[in-house]
Design a binder for this molecule. Structure first.
Ligand code: SAH
Length: 237
């Protein structure tokens, strides 16, 4: 497939930095004032590369992580930049039970679901889970030796038993906080979308997620940027 304008949508600044450096992108300021999204751009051969982070929350001085900021970022990015492919790089929790290790990089396929939008009313139950189909990443995964799997999105870094039950029910293997929201907006505009997620923590072991996340953030971000740069170069050929 041939793309001319790829948008990378990223929640966490520390995860975006090595990608910005690896692709040689330059900072263009806010995407659309007064929104907090920060805009970076560059080129590779004839491919335009836009990268938009969700910026910082002024009130709490942290990155704007999670589904709400991801939706605002994606809708604004599409409106301003009109990408023909959207990619969401980020970090995520993996599962020992399906053979994940810290630093593994997964591509979303075949779909992305929500695990914490439980609406037990016929019709709304399936709407809550979402099940957004994404770009067929199997060729790229094979080319670069990456894993593929169903990504599961929720608003929390930790989890409840019910979250895990739901993730298991649809075969989710990667847990994070943005991909389904970006997939929803991309689907409304019929723009192809996929996520690239590097594993910072293992959900089904005994170490608290936040401890593992912070310990592995730097190494997982390096693995993430290595793969994102390779994927962008693959599309820029
Ligand atoms: N940037 C903050 C914390 C980020 S919160 C810091 O530096 O302290 C977690 C971010 O990592 C979200 O963007 C989410 O998508 C991802 N993430 C990593 N592991 C996760 C997990 N096990 N569950 C949910 N989200 C996870």
């Amino acid at each position: 497939m041939f793309f001319k304008r790829i948008a990378l949508i990223i929640a966490v600044e520390d995860e975006a930095k090595p990608i910005i450096e690896g692709l040689g992108l330059s900072h263009k300021g806010k995407l659309l004032s007064p929104l907090p999204m920060e805009f970076y751009e560059g080129r590779h051969n004839s491919l335009n590369i836009d990268l938009v982070t969700s910026g910082k929350c002024d009130r709490f001085n942290v990155d704007n992580v999670g589904p709400q900021a991801a939706i605002l970022n994606t809708a604004t990015t599409i409106g301003r930049l009109q990408p023909d492919l959207i990619i969401n790089p980020g970090t995520a929790g993996g599962f020992v039970s399906v053979g994940a290790s810290i630093g593994d990089v997964y591509l979303s396929y075949p779909m992305i679901c929500y695990h914490d939008r439980r609406i037990p009313i016929p019709g709304f139950d399936a709407y809550g889970i979402g099940s957004y189909y994404c770009f067929d990443t199997r060729g790229i995964a094979e080319e670069f030796g990456l894993k593929t799997g169903i990504i599961s999105t929720g608003s929390s870094l930790d989890y409840t038993d019910k979250d895990l039950e739901l993730i298991k029910s649809y075969g989710g293997v990667v847990k994070e906080m943005e991909a389904a929201s970006i997939a929803w907006v991309a689907d409304l505009y019929k723009i192809p979308f996929f996520a690239v997620k590097s594993i910072t923590d293992l959900v089904d072991n005994f170490t608290p997620t936040e401890e593992e996340y912070l310990r592995n953030l730097t190494s997982a971000s390096m693995a993430l940027s290595r793969e994102v740069v390779r994927i962008i170069k693959y599309f820029a050929q």
